[in-house]
Design a protein around this ligand. Structure first.
Ligand SMILES: Nc1ncnc2c1ncn2[C@@H]1O[C@H](COP(=O)(O)OP(=O)(O)O)[C@@H](O)[C@H]1O
Ligand SMILES: [Mg+2]
Length: 274
């Protein structure tokens, strides 16, 4: 893996008003570095600030203080037109595949929308070709193009969400609890798909999850978050075999034994279109 830094945060803080003149600090003075081509996981309990940190990194929300660098540029200082090229380079796959797809649009139009908004293709024919290519990339059949989201399973909807996120050839894919709503066997298929895409497309992925078994399967490195702060960072194998922070030990010890660390995800054979 190249050691080129794609994304970094330098002491970012974000707070929200509590209504009584006090503020809740959701992300507290966080610094992190993400390398190009790696899958970095943000793991921690619900409410610890993972999604807020992801929004700060993608400039979907403004920090109270601190800076965010993408490919060497301080994007926290950019706005409007100057920020636009970076929006294209960072794409998100959401948690709930059902509500993240417009129920009134067919699959062709859902995947074509970013291509049209960004004027990527010269003609409708070229757009259609690219949509088919994207559908193939996420292992869905071409015959699905005219169908609507409600005609798909949860796993298929998430594949459509991934195809849409990949339409603009992003450098960074942010997956915020993207497999949490899926059955365990479907989770495995989507995780395998993400692994393959990372390898084939050289994608960098920020993978957010509260589930340490999933993180163990997909990530190269992990940042463990607790109460708005990163308490431990390291290679996934090192963190799982010898965690140093008490909170990481606590998180690891709280994985239900029946699911077993790292055993939960059976790579399976990625049934077509599941
Ligand atoms: N827009 C918001 N307004 C007020 N509080 C928020 C907002 N977004 C998040 N929070 C609070 O910030 C904390 C972190 O939230 P979040 O980043 O969503 O955590 P996670 O993704 O780890 O579950 C939570 O206490 C949450 O209630
Ligand atoms: Mg969240």
């Amino acid at each position: 893996m190249s050691e080129q830094i794609l994304l970094s945060a330098d002491k970012v803080t974000k707070s929200f008003p509590l209504g009584n003149r006090k503020r809740h600090i959701a992300v507290n003075n966080v610094s992190l570095e993400m390398y190009r081509g790696e899958t970095l996981a943000l793991v921690g309990e619900s409410g610890c600030g993972k999604s807020t940190l992801a929004k700060l990194l993608m400039r979907l929300t403004d920090a109270d203080s601190g800076r965010v660098f993408f490919d060497g540029t301080d994007i926290s200082a950019l706005s409007g037109r100057a920020l636009r090229p970076y929006r294209r380079k960072m794409q998100m796959v959401f948690q709930d595949p059902a509500s993240s797809l417009n129920p009134r649009m067919n699959i062709r139009d859902i995947i074509a929308e970013p291509l049209e908004v960004w004027h990527i293709c010269k003609s409708r024919k070229e757009t259609d070709e690219r949509v088919k290519e994207l559908l193939d990339l996420v292992e869905l059949k071409e015959s699905y193009l005219s169908r609507f989201p409600h005609q798909f399973s949860g796993g298929q909807k998430q594949r459509i969400g991934i195809a849409r996120a990949l339409a603009l050839n992003p450098d960074l894919l942010v997956c915020d609890e993207s497999v949490s709503a899926l059955d365990v066997s479907v989770q495995a298929q989507i995780l395998n798909l993400l692994k393959r895409l990372k390898k084939d497309l050289g994608l960098s992925c920020l993978f957010i999850s509260h589930d340490l078994s999933v993180v163990n399967f997909i990530a190269d490195r992990v940042c463990v978050m607790r109460a708005g702060e990163i308490c431990e960072t390291g290679d996934v194998s090192a963190i799982y075999s010898s965690p140093t922070h008490d909170y990481t030990k606590y998180l690891l010890s709280s994985i239900p034994r029946t699911r077993g660390m790292g055993n939960q995800v059976d790579p399976g054979d990625g049934v077509m279109g599941s």
